[in-house]
Design a protein around this ligand. Structure first.
Ligand code: 5AD
Ligand code: SF4
Length: 435
């Protein structure tokens, strides 16, 4: 067997990248690599990048700049760029940063061991194809090492929606669903390794069509796995929330009462310009149906302010929609023009207006988040404890509603679901007593 080498992976962006980083590390295990958290001791560094907003790509280039001394100190160190910036920029990365040895797009990770051979021989390796073969079938099967109680599992990749602001259809490609039997098999393996909470991932996860009955069909298959207690999924498009999936929120006890359902804007004019193909009213009607199925559903969302053409009145419509829904948590961003996307070519909103709108929206969302947290005080909830807290004797985990909870309790509860009573609330964490 080859001598053990160390792989350092830095992950940017979404949860799918977190999952991909795990799978890349596993794939490189076959080439004698073990993962390290210390960049200085690595033989290979991979940056798993995000291209969703401008700053994300710029961060990658500055990180590469910071890595120069490591390469000077250790000329054999191999540096690779993976993820969506790799897909979007390709060869340009090696032009801007000649010390980069390897560039690999998100659909080619199964080819990493081969690419490692190439760079070990001193050549450069670039692969940003959208291969026809199934990346997951080509990836090493997952090792049975013990792991934490929560895990991500990618079930679908890519997107066919072409929202006019978004690079994902270009970086991740067309929508592809993994076959249900492979997903169930992977989930069983995770459960054997100690996982009790699985979040199903996809750029447009509720468009999943690899099982009869779509995503709801898959969720029902996974719900049959003994030892798997919690199922979640992210990220969804409102137009793919079908009746079966809405009903599952009421009928499937393992499907958790938390839903990330981005709307982006509350203005119909802007939604049309975004090519969202839904209205504010249809979104609100959908939220009503979901809450009829599951009254305590915690809603989360994504918002963009300052999309080209957004007026003060359009922005007020977004605030009105937020007030109507009441979000437990949310992410909000200034519109960032992405090269190659239709909206990038349009007249842009002034930066000062974007800044002011983002501050107002975030103040409202923070108020709602605080209210959602405070509403939990006095309630009995179930917490999956995940790790020791920062304070001695403390353990921390997540509630069904995906809120962070800390309690004083024994470490043997880590990996277990325990009932607690919430006794205090802060904006990002709840304090609890074990029952
Ligand atoms: N500018 C700002 N935010 C964006 N998002 C996607 N593309 C852009 C962009 N060009 C946001 C959307 C999406 C989330 C993942 O990132 O809100 O739901
Ligand atoms: Fe970033 Fe989007 Fe790619 Fe995820 S899918 S890594 S958020 S660009």
């Amino acid at each position: 067997m080859a001598a053990q080498k160390k792989l350092y992976i830095k992950t940017y962006g979404c949860q799918m990248n977190v999952y991909d980083s795990e799978r890349m590390a596993e794939a490189m295990g076959g080439s004698g690599y073990v993962r390290t958290e210390v960049a200085e001791e690595a033989d290979m560094i991979l940056l798993n990048t995000c291209h969703i907003r401008e700053k994300a790509a710029e961060k990658v280039y500055s990180e590469l700049g910071r890595m120069k001394p490591l390469k000077t100190a250790k000329p054999d160190l191999k540096i690779g760029v993976a993820g969506c910036v790799a897909q979007a920029e390709g060869q340009e990365i090696m032009r801007r940063q000649p010390m980069v040895d390897l560039v690999v797009g998100p659909q080619s990770y199964h080819r990493l061991p081969e690419m490692e051979q190439t760079v070990a021989g001193g050549a450069k390796a670039l692969d940003t194809d959208f291969p026809v073969e199934d990346k997951f079938a080509g990836l090493a099967s997952r090792p049975k090492a013990a792991r934490g109680p929560s895990a991500f599992l990618t079930v679908q990749e890519g997107c066919d929606k072409f929202c006019s602001f978004c690079v994902v259809p270009y970086t991740r490609g067309a929508e592809v669903s993994r076959p249900a039997d492979r997903i169930v098999q992977e989930a069983r393996g995770l459960v054997e390794a100690g996982v009790r909470d699985i979040t199903l991932l996809g750029q447009n996860v509720n468009a999943y069509h690899g099982a009869e009955g779509g995503l709801a069909g898959l969720i029902w298959q996974l719900a049959d796995i003994d030892g798997l207690d919690r199922i979640r999924f992210t990220t969804s498009h409102p137009n793919d929330m079908d009746d079966a999936l809405i009903a599952a929120h009421g009928d499937c006890a393992k499907l958790m009462p938390y839903l990330h359902l981005p709307v982006q804007s509350g203005s119909d004019r802007i939604l049309k310009a975004m090519n969202r193909k839904h209205t504010a009213e249809s979104y609100l009607a959908l939220v009503d149906r979901l809450r009829a199925a599951r009254p305590d559903l915690a809603m989360s969302g994504d918002f963009i302010v300052g999309f080209p053409g957004e007026t003060d009145a359009d922005f007020e419509d977004t605030l009105a929609l937020v007030r109507a829904v009441g979000y437990a948590s949310a992410f909000s961003f200034k519109y960032s023009p992405r090269p190659g996307t239709p909206a990038a070519e349009r007249d842009q909103v002034a930066e000062a207006a974007k800044t002011e709108r983002l501050a107002r929206l975030q103040a409202l969302l923070a108020e709602q988040q605080t209210a959602a947290q405070e509403a939990m005080v006095g309630k009995e909830v179930r917490v999956l404890f995940e790790k020791p807290g920062r304070m001695q004797g403390q353990i921390v985990g997540k509630s069904d509603h995906l809120m962070a909870v800390h309690a004083t309790g024994p470490e043997r509860l880590i990996g277990q679901i325990a009932p607690v009573r919430i006794v205090s609330a802060a904006p990002h964490s709840l304090g609890a007593e074990l029952l």
